[in-house]
Design a protein around this ligand. Structure first.
Ligand code: MGD
Ligand code: MGD
Ligand code: SF4
Ligand code: MO
Length: 737
């Protein structure tokens, strides 16, 4: 692809630039000079530093920034391909409204271009109407906190149904860490660690550069890496030991490791006796883990008891040791993810490494004041009134963590509260991210009015009444505080590498404009003028001591504050100590982690485990239309062990049907020795149907079609009190087509 080389001027051979030719002409004669612009990647959350080369008004090349705490001079495939998003010819360019009242993935929406004014006025009028007629509960906002002003808009109208994807990712771990070590942290200090125990997180392939590099540095310094996974992944190749574990059974192994460490008194005595509540609950704790022997765990996990016991001893004695609890396997894949996160957190506590170098420490950051500190609301925001459509309030521990629930949303909309949701807004999410996406499509058909803001015409856009074109990170401004590798505070600038293309707007604009229309008092300053996102940034950099103004910070680009790393001696929990026994879990959870199986186990009807994965060169459902990444991986397949394929009579490339209790998908088989013979694995992110995605549309299948969504009652019954979405918890039959 020409675009990522630092090559010459735009030519007709640059298909993406050619597609935008009209735009650049309209934008006026380009300056002949070349600029280097420092900014931050926004494809995934470490936000690696980027230097963009911009020539003649066109961004030509993106590269890493040495010394940056996240990327340290590198970009991964997804980050390096950033210009493929910016100049995607299929980008949403203008606001549009639907003229075909029938909503469906195969319906032509009959788009008509409209102005931003009309789009925003229509949304505010509709949302106000539903709110005053049917109450706050009639509005649904499927959105993360993309910008403080968008989040402020939700608060300003007392929105009760703000839903995000956390239950599919890290919600359970947030719940667990809140009450075991005092808060969720993303920092895994691999580079100072001597023993790294990984349950399923394929972090080398997953290309968060910061974690992959941390591992490389750890290995260079002699750390041992042990990896459990049902398939032999890139991380398995990199590890000192790989163990093929039965899906969903990591909890058994972790419980048995705790058993060994406690019964042999191998835990870090200094840390455990002075900085945890172990002594207060010692008898209960010891008695609780007594039955969870390595022999017991072997039967559930296929990991030999002697291996479990040895690894437990090594982990406890060869530290500093760390058992990272990253998202999926630990937090969202299976119904027992809350307990697994809990057990992992206890392992880290027993190793004595919470907030220690070589362990999971809390990021050292600059305190950047939020919008409420800078623009105090004139009155307290209205308390959200009404029912939560996803039922999250029925999981009180997850509810206070304020994330989720995608997995119960369709059930809530279709079965629990049909007709309750009248108006909805999707910002930066798509139905393909949900388990059983077509169920979510059906749920959205029941809504009177749907607005979607995205940068691409994805499948959810296909269903919308109003479509709003979004800027992407390369067109945005902001402050990025490092939270993945943060022994000292580091703040990185985000600034536009080119002005926002077409009529795209930012989430700040959306929040502010809806706020002005629906809750104006909360969007005015004390002098009566409107809140201003640029001023907000200025105040944030000024009040946190980063620079005199955002303009000044743009010149510097990176702020770093030298300070010693002082390990915490009090943790943010009543009593100040880490908790192995969690009294706060007594009522609505379990105060110590118990064994629970995953939701679905193989049966005669569905004999195989279903696994999904996120490929290294894609970001979930966001990147398949990026021409650069599309070329690297255009579609997905059913990955099978050759032994299983022989049994099924399936050759490489032959079509197979993979069927679960909720549906089936048909796709080509790909044979790989890396898979356990009792599993079949499909990459997430494919199966877009939108005809406006000219690269990704119609390619591959939706892995989620055969992953059952759930009801809140099922969560409660499974003791899934942290709200795991069970994003891989399915068993399947595989047959040749
Ligand atoms: N079946 C199955 N489901 C899964 C997973 C799985 O492995 N299998 N993985 C789960 C995991 S770990 C997670 S974290 C979730 C995440 O799920 P999501 O956070 O929903 O991520 P994506 O699926 O990439 O969808 C993001 C949407 O946001 C849009 N978007 C991207 N960037 C921008 C932007 O800058 N502005 C705007 N306005 N829109 C933007 C994209 O076009 C896309 O439509 O998915 C989960 N769902
Ligand atoms: N390139 C890229 N990197 C990403 C992302 C992305 O979209 N693209 N998204 C980020 C996000 S939001 C997330 S959540 C992470 C996800 O990162 P991962 O947690 O690595 O996510 P997956 O790719 O879904 O699954 C990874 C592995 O889990 C293994 N696995 C499945 N079941 C089990 C089990 O029961 N036990 C064990 N031990 N292993 C099991 C599978 O074999 C698979 O190799 O990646 C992050 N990094
Ligand atoms: S790891 Fe890759 S996608 Fe994530 S922020 Fe860094 S360069 Fe961007
Ligand atoms: Mo995730």
């Amino acid at each position: 692809m020409q675009l990522v080389s630092a090559g010459g001027a735009a030519t007709a051979a640059d298909p993406l630039l050619a597609a935008l030719n009209g735009y650049f002409r309209a934008a006026g004669p380009a300056a002949a000079n070349e600029q280097k612009i420092l900014t931050a990647c926004g494809v995934c959350s470490p936000n690696c530093g980027i230097t963009a080369t911009v020539r003649d008004g066109v961004a030509r090349f993106l590269e890493g920034v040495s010394g940056d705490f996240s990327g340290d001079g590198h970009l991964c495939a997804k980050g390096a391909a950033g210009l493929g998003y910016l100049y995607d010819p299929d980008r949403l360019k203008y606001p549009m409204k639907r003229t075909n009242p029938r909503r469906g993935l195969d319906e032509d929406p009959g788009w008509v271009r409209i102005t931003w004014q009309e789009a925003l006025d229509t949304m505010a009028e509709r949302f106000n109407f539903y709110r005053t007629t049917y109450g706050d509960e009639s509005l649904l906002f499927v959105s993360g906190e993309a910008h403080p002003l968008l989040a402020r808009f939700f608060r300003s109208i007392g929105a009760v149904n703000v839903v995000n994807h956390w239950d599919e990712c890290f919600l359970t771990d947030s719940v667990v860490m809140r009450w075991t070590v005092g808060g969720k942290t993303w920092v895994y200090d691999f580079e100072e660690s001597k023993y790294i125990l990984l349950f399923g997180w394929d972090l080398i392939a997953k290309n968060k550069i910061v974690t992959a590099q941390g591992m490389v540095r750890a290995k260079e310094k002699g750390a041992k890496v042990v990896f459990f996974s049902p398939n032999h992944t890139v991380t398995a190749k990199f590890a000192d030991e790989w163990h093929s574990i039965r899906p969903g059974s990591d909890l058994a192994v972790a419980l048995a490791m705790i058993h060994v460490i406690l019964s042999e008194n191998l835990y870090n005595r200094e840390f455990v006796s002075s900085l945890t509540n172990f002594s207060e609950y010692e008898n209960q704790i010891r008695a609780h883990f007594q039955p969870y022997t390595p022999e017991w765990a072997e039967k559930l996990s296929d990991i030999p008891a002697a291996v479990i016991a040895r690894i437990a001893r090594e982990f406890a004695t060869q530290g500093p040791a760390i058992a990272p609890a990253h998202k999926k396997t630990l937090a969202a894949n299976y119904a027992n993810a809350t307990q697994l996160s809990f057990a992992i957190s206890i392992l880290n506590i027993l190793a004595g490494t919470p907030d220690r170098r070589g362990g999971r420490y809390f990021p050292r950051t600059v305190a950047i004041p939020g919008d409420e500190a800078i623009y105090p609301p004139p009155n307290p925001f209205p308390a959200p009134q009404g029912r939560r459509v996803d039922g999250r309030d029925k999981l009180p521990l997850a509810n206070t963590a304020a994330g989720g629930m995608f997995s119960t949303l369709a059930d809530g909309m279709l079965n629990k509260h049909p007709g309750m949701i009248r108006g909805a807004l999707f910002y930066g999410y798509t139905v393909l991210g949900f388990p059983q996406p077509m169920q979510m499509v059906e749920a959205l058909k029941t809504v009177d009015f749907l607005a979607v803001m995205d940068f691409l015409p994805n499948d959810t856009v296909q269903l919308a009444d109003i479509v709003l074109p979004s800027t992407i990170y390369l067109e945005g401004a902001g402050l990025v505080s490092r939270v993945y590798r943060a022994p000292i505070p580091q703040v990185q600038v985000r600034q536009p590498v080119v002005p926002a293309l077409f009529e795209t707007r930012s989430p700040a604009f959306l929040g502010l404009e809806l706020g002005k229309r629906m809750a104006p008092d909360y969007f005015k300053k004390s002098d009566g003028a409107w809140i201003n996102p640029n001023e907000l940034l200025d105040e944030q950099v000024k009040r946190s001591g980063i620079a005199e103004s955002f303009a000044e910070f743009r010149k510097i680009g990176t702020y770093m504050k030298e300070q010693p790393f002082t390990p915490r001696t009090t943790f943010n929990i009543p009593g100040g100590k880490c908790q192995i026994y969690v009294p706060q879990f007594e009522k609505d959870g379990e105060p110590l982690p118990h064994w629970h199986p995953k939701r679905e186990e193989p049966s005669a009807e569905y004999p195989y485990y279903y696994l999904t994965f996120i490929p290294g060169v894609h970001k979930r459902n966001t990147t398949q239309n990026n021409r650069i990444l599309h070329e690297m991986m255009p579609t997905n397949a059913a990955i099978l062990n050759p032994a299983l394929a022989r049994k099924l009579g399936v050759a490489e490339g032959a079509m197979v049907q993979v069927r679960s209790r909720v549906g089936s998908i048909e796709l080509p088989a790909h044979l790989s020795e890396s898979m356990r013979p009792d599993c079949v694995m499909v990459a997430h992110g494919f199966g877009h149907r939108s005809r406006l995605l000219t690269a990704a549309g119609g390619k591959g299948v939706r892995d989620g079609d055969i992953v059952p969504s759930q009801s809140i009652e099922e969560c409660i019954a499974a003791k899934n009190f942290g709200g795991s979405a069970c994003i891989m918890d399915a068993v399947v039959q595989v047959e040749p087509v």
